[in-house]
Design a protein around this ligand. Structure first.
Ligand SMILES: Nc1ncnc2c1ncn2[C@@H]1O[C@H](COP(=O)(O)OP(=O)(O)O)[C@@H](O)[C@H]1O
Ligand SMILES: Cc1ncc(COP(=O)(O)OP(=O)(O)O)c(N)n1
Length: 493
């Protein structure tokens, strides 16, 4: 069973400019969703112009690195790159036999683009003997030819023929890479040991930034396969990612020769640099964003006179009638939130709120509607506008947007209710109302609603979070209008 984040080990040489070797592998593994590890086979002094020299440390130290990893970490996939010479190949072969990683991708690195050898000529036969230990081998055109001891293929069909022969000879899956052929269209071919071929075609990108493409591709496939994708899907995903990364390579401005690909360009473009806010940070930000609305609510004559008990009873009756009309619909909106909720806990919370909205609140309001102060039977324009906004969120089927839209009705009522409550002394005419919205049960429901909504916002992508914040702010503005309307309506009579 592979881990959610596959643990992928690169066994390869280095590139201090970060375009190829273990440095590229680690970026590729991370960009494809894996946890990257690296055991270094050789230290290579190279840059975007080419290789200057190679230092191969004692293989006993490579063995120590490999065992240090496998003694401690469950490895989901291994990518093997530059092996330098026979001794290194033998060391890796012995370790593979002992560690038995579930996925092994072998990029048979032999010669750099600049023409410098990265594998001793005398090590080619040893490398051939390593092929059956791999699940996938990813040669470019010249490497494929050397492994078969043939001339390099000069067109796509000839590459596939050679890949089929290599696959059959060594009983191994082969991804033959077509980057070294001429022409505007690229063809990579995945060949199964039984000869079946899957083609992957893409347009050639006009760029000098192709250094390390082979390293990056093999690491990406190992990572995707380590995460559980089929070989065919892993190859497809890795190639799509590689094309995107090649396309953005020239924007990096690294070196004056063949520059690297931009391993994280796609992630950056899709918001990968944004840190995820915590639910508490979202709660603070959203609450601060309604400061103007809350000040305006506090400044309303309706709220002031509701608190000190001097509110015109006709205005209060008008408000309660509108609130009754509102709550009937609000209950349906909460029921929809319950229907869309992703967890039983949230489902239960919203349906309990829906019940409270019709039962508890309607009982309280009926008591006041008995006042018979010329109560309107129709929803006012402000009530209608607020309900249209909530109804649109409910009809969208978008749970996050919907729960963000219903939150101000909890949060602002609890805020106003708890601040006015101390004014509700014995004999206060609106004491029931003040008690309801300052009640511990309503405070608890408000806390839960804030927790659910802000957790959903914290887990959402930035654009989705912005949609939620907008729904929340719009509802807060409707709350202000709702509280401003009663005195205006009574004055207009
Ligand atoms: N200019 C390019 N545009 C798009 N894809 C490319 C380009 N050059 C190489 N690739 C892709 O990069 C991968 C590695 O290419 P290749 O050059 O064949 O191997 P290597 O880097 O090992 O020499 C292949 O999937 C190939 O299709
Ligand atoms: C340390 C190291 N390993 C491999 C290579 C070759 O990289 P590759 O991905 O095959 O791409 P090119 O650099 O040949 O285009 C390397 N240079 N260094």
């Amino acid at each position: 069973m592979s881990a959610v984040v596959p643990r992928v080990l690169s066994i390869a040489g280095t590139d201090p400019t970060g375009g190829a070797g273990v440095q590229a592998d680690l970026k590729s593994i991370a960009a494809n969703g894996g946890y990257g590890m690296a055991a270094v086979t050789a230290l290579v002094a190279q840059n975007t112009h080419g290789v200057r020299s190679v230092y191969r440390p004692p293989t006993s130290f490579l063995a120590e690195q490999l065992h240090a990893v496998s003694d401690d970490v469950s490895i989901d996939a291994v990518k093997i790159g530059m092996l330098a010479d026979v001794e290194v190949i033998e060391t890796v072969r012995e370790w593979l036999a002992a560690a038995r990683p579930p996925v092994v991708v072998l990029d048979p690195v032999m010669v750099s683009t600049s023409g410098h050898r990265l594998l001793d000529p005398g090590a080619e036969e040893a490398l051939r003997l390593l092929l059956p230990d791999a699940d996938l081998v990813t040669p470019n055109v010249p490497e494929l030819a050397i492994l078969l001891d043939r001339e390099p293929a000069s067109d796509g069909d000839a590459v596939v023929d050679q890949a089929q022969e290599l696959a059959r000879r060594h009983g191994v899956r082969v991804l033959a890479k077509g980057g070294h052929l001429e022409g505007p269209d690229l063809r990579d071919a995945l060949v199964e040991p039984d000869g079946r071929v899957s083609d992957y075609r893409s347009p050639r990108i006009e760029t000098r930034n192709t250094h390390g493409t082979g390293c990056s591709l093999s690491s990406a496939i190992a990572t995707r396969r380590g995460a559980g994708a089929t070989w065919s899907d892993a190859t497809d995903l890795a190639l799509r990612w590689l094309s995107e990364s090649i396309r953005h390579g020239s924007a990096l401005d690294v070196g004056g020769g063949h520059g690297p690909v931009s391993h994280f360009a796609g992630l950056w473009a899709r918001g990968g640099l944004d840190t995820m806010p915590s639910p508490d940070e979202i709660a603070d930000e959203w609450w601060r964003s309604t400061a103007g609305v809350r000040d305006a609510i506090d400044g309303l004559d309706f709220i002031r006179s509701l608190g000190d008990g001097t509110l015109d009873r006709r205005a209060f009756a008008w408000y309660l009638a509108q609130d009754a009309l509102y709550l009937r619909e609000y209950s349906r909106v909460l029921a929809q939130a319950s229907r869309l909720a992703p967890t039983p806990r949230e489902q239960t919370f919203w349906i309990t709120g829906a019940h409270a909205a019709v039962a508890t609140e309607m009982a309280l309001h009926e008591q006041w509607l008995g006042l018979g102060e010329g109560v309107p039977a129709q929803a006012s324009p402000t009530t209608t506008a607020y309900l249209d906004h909530l109804g649109a969120a409910a009809d969208s089927g978008d749970y996050e947007r919907l729960v963000a839209a219903v939150l101000p009705c909890y949060w602002l009522y609890h805020d106003v209710g708890s601040r006015l409550h101390p004014l509700g002394v014995e004999g206060h005419p609106y004491r029931d109302w003040l008690d309801t919205y300052a009640a511990p049960e309503f405070a608890e429901a408000t806390r839960t609603a804030i927790g659910i909504v802000t957790a959903a916002a914290a887990g959402a992508a930035p654009l989705r979070r912005a949609v939620m914040a907008e729904a929340f702010r719009a509802s807060a503005a409707h709350e202000l209008a709702f509280w401003r309307a009663p005195l205006d309506a009574v004055a207009a009579r």
